[in-house]
Write a protein that binds this ligand. Structure first.
Ligand code: C5P
Length: 305
């Protein structure tokens, strides 16, 4: 994420993620699943502006980029159910904070898409309010709070471009030397619930090895990386929502490298050989697909907060 001061406010650009690899290792006693996943931060951003207030209320105002589908309005609550409000309240409760905050959230990352929009917004809230409220929490302390908010929040806390995430997703091992990778992302009309997709998964005894994928990444060669991308949740997601299967078929017929779904869906993406190839693929998809289509790339210049 990128932070900048604007008067007495803090403005954060919170990136989306794509899962280049996702294997489900098994169901746990607590109902979650253990994963091996490789996540990459990409340059599609929500923007959050945080202002300090003297009274303890947490006020949230959400606006949408005009390119965001109107149907997504329904999925972003502005009350205590919003993950940003939950993150702020967690900080207030655990650290006896008497101040409050006004959060202005501009959404660009689609919801229920597997792109980590809510998780990135929650991580931005923890990091920004830690500064604004002068709490001086360490990265380790922020990670403990992040894990209480959701499985993908930890990935965004230290702003790695690329990481392997294990456990239920909250154990983040940063990977260095991320190559610049260009993607086209496309969205079906409907989003998918993470819990529903995990619930529909039929376990396979075969396990795809994340180490093999990480070796491919080290080659920095887009075709070898693209061919090795994998997502175990694709099968249950396409069974729950045939639109995901249709979109993947459409992308397969137009792109050089096999497309994949990200996270628990419903967004799908293809890795391209360069920016030019990505723009051409996006143009082909826009003429044949009704939903939004983005060109994006890995956030290689993002750095630490
Ligand atoms: O942690 P998060 O709120 O993102 O998870 C939403 C739901 O997705 C969980 O309640 C659980 O049903 C499912 N999930 C899972 N295993 C994971 C992550 C999520 O089963 N590793």
């Amino acid at each position: 994420m990128r932070l900048r001061h604007l008067g007495s406010s803090l403005v954060v650009e919170a990136p989306a993620k794509l899962n280049l690899f996702l294997e489900v290792l098994g169901r746990r006693e607590d109902g979650y699943h253990n994963l091996d996943t490789v996540m990459i931060a990409v340059d599609v951003f929500d923007t959050l502006r945080f202002s300090n207030t003297d009274h303890p209320a947490i006020r949230l105002d959400v606006s949408f980029d005009p390119r965001t589908q109107a149907s997504q309005l329904a999925h972003v609550p502005v009350d205590d159910r919003n993950i940003c409000v939950k993150a702020a309240r967690l900080l207030q409760r655990d650290f006896g904070v008497k101040q409050g905050a006004f959060i202005e959230l501009r959404k660009r990352i689609p919801t229920q898409a597997g792109m980590g929009g809510g998780s990135s917004d929650a991580a931005a809230t923890l990091v920004a309010l830690n500064q604004l409220w002068n709490l001086q929490l360490t990265s380790a302390e922020l990670h403990t709070l992040a894990a209480q908010l959701g499985s993908d929040v930890n990935f965004f806390i230290d702003s790695p471009t690329l990481a392997v995430c294990k456990g239920r997703g909250e154990q983040v091992e940063k990977l260095t030397d991320c190559p610049e990778l260009n993607f086209v992302v496309a969205l079906p009309t409907d989003g998918l619930s993470t819990a529903a997709v995990f619930g529909a998964l039929v376990h396979d005894r075969r396990v795809e090895r994340v180490e093999t994928f990480i070796n491919r990444l080290a080659s920095a060669h887009a075709p070898s990386i693209g061919e090795a991308m994998f997502n175990r949740l694709e099968m249950p997601a396409t069974e729950l929502d045939p639109q995901v299967a249709e979109l993947l078929n459409l992308m397969r017929s137009s792109s050089r490298l096999p497309p994949r779904m990200t996270g628990s869906g419903s967004a799908c993406f293809a890795l391209c050989g360069g920016r030019g190839e990505a723009r051409q693929l996006a143009a082909r998809l826009r003429s044949r697909h009704n939903g939004p289509v983005w060109v994006c790339k890995s956030c290689i210049t993002m750095g630490a907060v």
